[in-house]
Design a protein around this ligand. Structure first.
Ligand code: HEC
Length: 111
């Protein structure tokens, strides 16, 4: 293979990766996707919670009153009582991802 062809090939692979990779990570890294993966099992896909199982709604008036800092702490560390089913900071969820989930919950609360 000629050098020029090889360089063109490498550039094409680089461009293809550049196009594909951000989309792949975006799928797992947007707030809605994270919510579905990490929270929906308990709080429901519609964020309404499961009253029978004492899982609170995330779109209730109470939830709307909580500050971003409260939500972040509840998700990352389980809040003041360190509730173990949360504490996502110790389960591989990064601070950026928690922020995205908080933003997603906020956007759903406005609906
Ligand atoms: C294993 C089930 C489970 C999962 C998974 C879960 N939660 Fe919860 N969550 C609960 C329960 C149960 C409560 C009520 C805790 C209480 O008040 O004793 C709660 C409470 C909350 C609260 C209210 C604040 C508080 O701590 O009382 C928020 C906000 C919340 N969850 C957000 C989330 C988000 C966002 C996720 C995903 C990142 C998530 N939860 C994942 C079960 C879960």
């Amino acid at each position: 293979m000629k050098m020029v062809q090889l360089i063109i090939l490498i550039v094409m692979i680089a461009v293809a990766l550049f196009l594909v990779l951000p989309n792949l990570s975006w799928a797992a890294d947007d707030g809605a996707g994270l919510y579905k993966a990490k929270c929906a099992a308990c709080h429901g896909v519609d964020l309404a919670g499961k009253p029978a199982a004492k899982i609170p709604s995330l779109v209730s008036d109470d939830a709307k009153k909580a500050s971003d800092a409260d939500l972040t702490d509840a998700i990352a560390n389980g809040g003041k009582d360190k509730k173990p089913m949360h504490a996502f900071a110790t389960k591989g969820v990064t601070p950026d991802q928690i922020k995205m989930v908080v933003e997603y919950v906020r956007s759903e609360q406005k609906k």
